[in-house]
Every structure is written in structure tokens, then in C-alpha cells.
Design a protein around this ligand. Structure first.
Ligand code: ZN
Ligand code: ZN
Length: 325
């Protein structure tokens, strides 16, 4: 089933031509739980990875012994999903609750030292054929995103993201199973396996990123809240578009290697809609939009909820930056 964003309450660029040059294409990914293969675009699905190519690992120091077992994180979600399906009003019964209480953070990997290489988690795989305007390095046609299951990396204490562009035709013998780390220090970094339903849309800059003159012209007809919530940027996972600078206000983003401006590549969002942004709920999901978990299909909660991977506009292989909102 495709996913369709309802038309915006007003076609703002039609009545305000000064906005048109600031429009950017974005692709809403609309991840939904499913069973993707290596040949599918996915969140949390298996990656098309050559059998003879090492799987990336993290060696940054972390307290690797402690955390949540990733197997427990998955089992807990499955128990909750079944409980809410069985009892849509009350969820887990006492028996479920007793079982859920056994899934605890702990010293579950006593054999690991703080720097043992730990395999990265597969977060997303995007095929160019599925995602219009996907930025591509050279003649590649698929982007793979992985991250470390432990949260803090570098001076900014950010998630450790690893990007890999590849040419799918080069992968003749794909890896059958992929390695997984045993623990995570944040269950929100473990994706639930989802298939994607990409949908191209158009986005406009965040309110505070607009020139002042344009803001006052918008305010003459609509209000800032309407623009922010319903006319500018879409919530949920997306490629491209504009950053919703909801927490920090706009910041300039420049490449550490060449000073070129950085562009949003992929935005990873905890929620695809909520009460403040429900005009973005796809038409197909509207009847069930308030069901438990309907707006959090991937179970990912990274950074402060909305994490954008920004890449150099001149060379995608230059170091990326993360924006957390
Ligand atoms: Zn790490
Ligand atoms: Zn650069």
C-alpha cells in the first residue's frame, strides 16, 4: 500500500512566489514494520553486503559490558505489540508485565573490554531506484547507513554513524547473515525491521531560517505556527528537504574538509506524526493513526528525537555532521 501525504492546507508557494526558489525536494520514507530483503530499501533490514568485505566495527571506548541485550529489546517490542493487539485499551496483562520486568539493563557482556571491536547495527538501506533525488557518490546506486549501538562518540557525544555508498551490481555474492552487537546502551538505537513506501514532497525552510521580509509577508496571511507545523517541513523519516530547527534555531553548517555548505541527507525521526503535525499523517494511516505505536514504526529514538545526517554539498565522502533536534 502506498502512503500519501494529504494536500497542504494551502499552496503557499502559489500565492507567495518569493518562496519558490527556497523549495527543496524531499522524499518521505514512510517506514512500516515488515520483512525486507537485501534487495529492498529498508530501515533495520538486511544490507546488500559483499560476503568477502569486512563488516564495519566501532573501537571507540565504551562501557561495553553494560547495557540492554539487543535480543531483549526485540523480544520486549514483540510482547508489547501482541499485548496491545490483544487488549487495545489496556495493553500488557500482569503476566506480560512480569515478563517485561525481567528485561533489564545490566552487566550482560562481562567478557567485553571497553575497546573490543563491536559490529555496527544496520540502520537503513536506500536504493536510488526507490528514492528520487538520493545523493549518490560517483556511480553508486545504494546508500547504507549503520551506527554503533553505544551512544556517545567524539567531542559532541553523538551517535557513531557510518555511511557507505555502493554499486549494487558489484555485489555478486551477498552476505547471508549479518553480525550484530550483543548489547546497546540505548534501546532507541535498535531499529525494528521496516519496509519503505517512499513519497516525493516539497519542503520550505524552517520559519527562523526565512528572510525577515518573507516572514512578515507570510504572517500577513497565515501565522508562524501554521507555517511551521503544516507548510514547511514534514515530520518522520525523510531524504533531503529542509531541517526543522525546532530546538536550537538555525545554525550554519559547513564541511570540516572544504567549507562547502552541508545539506540534509537523511532525517531519522522518532515520530511520523503527532497531535501538532497530524496534517502530515498519510491518508492510508488516518483510520489507525492513534493506535499504540502507529506513529513510531521504527522504534528508533536517536539524539533528541529528530536526527539529521548532513553531508558536504561538494563531496559526499567528506566527513558528515549530525544535527539533533
Ligand atoms: Zn561506538
Ligand atoms: Zn566538503
Amino acid at each position: 500500500m502506498p502512503r500519501t501525504t494529504p494536500p497542504r492546507p494551502t499552496d503557499i508557494a502559489a500565492s507567495l512566489s518569493a518562496l519558490r526558489p527556497l523549495a527543496r525536494p524531499a522524499t518521505r520514507l514512510h517506514p512500516r514494520p515488515g520483512a525486507p530483503t537485501v534487495h529492498d530499501s529498508s530501515v533495520g533490514g538486511p544490507l546488500l553486503w559483499p560476503a568477502d568485505e569486512p563488516w564495519p566495527v566501532c573501537t571507540v571506548p565504551h562501557k561495553r559490558r553494560n547495557g540492554h541485550r539487543i535480543a531483549d529489546v526485540r523480544r520486549e517490542r514483540e510482547i508489547l505489540r501482541q499485548a496491545w493487539t490483544k487488549n487495545p485499551r489496556t495493553g500488557p496483562d500482569p503476566e506480560d508485565a512480569a515478563l517485561l520486568a525481567t528485561f533489564r539493563r545490566g552487566r550482560h557482556a562481562p567478557h567485553l573490554t571497553d575497546t573490543d571491536p563491536v559490529p555496527l547495527l544496520a540502520v537503513a538501506q536506500l536504493y536510488a531506484a526507490d528514492v528520487p533525488h538520493l545523493p549518490l557518490a560517483g556511480d553508486t546506486d545504494v546508500l547504507q547507513v549503520l551506527w554503533c549501538p553505544y551512544e556517545r562518540h567524539g567531542d559532541r557525544h553523538e551517535v557513531g554513524v557510518h555511511l557507505r555508498w555502493r554499486r549494487s551490481a558489484d555485489v555478486r555474492d551477498a552476505r547471508g547473515t549479518q553480525p550484530e552487537p550483543p548489547l546497546t546502551d540505548r534501546p532507541g538505537l535498535v531499529p525494528t525491521s521496516c519496509v519503505l513506501h517512499p513519497e516525493p514532497i516539497t519542503e520550505y525552510p524552517h520559519w527562523e531560517a526565512l528572510p525577515a521580509g518573507l516572514r512578515s509577508r507570510i504572517e500577513q496571511r497565515w501565522d508562524a505556527d501554521t507555517y511551521l507545523s503544516h507548510l514547511s517541513t514534514a515530520p518522520g523519516w525523510k531524504v533531503g528537504g529542509h531541517i526543522n530547527w525546532r530546538l536550537t534555531g538555525p545554525a550554519s553548517l559547513h564541511c570540516d574538509a572544504c567549507s562547502a555548505e552541508l545539506q540534509p541527507l537523511l532525517t531519522i525521526d522518532a515520530r511520523e506524526w503527532d497531535r501538532g503535525s497530524d496534517s502530515w499523517t498519510p491518508a492510508e494511516d488516518a483510520p489507525h493513526a492513534r493506535d499504540m505505536g502507529a506513529n513510531t514504526p521504527t522504534d528508533i529514538y536517536a539524539g533528541r528525537g529528530q536526527l539529521t545526517i548532513a553531508v558536504c554539498g561538494r563531496n559526499l565522502l567528506h566527513p558528515h555532521r549530525l544535527v539533533s533536534q
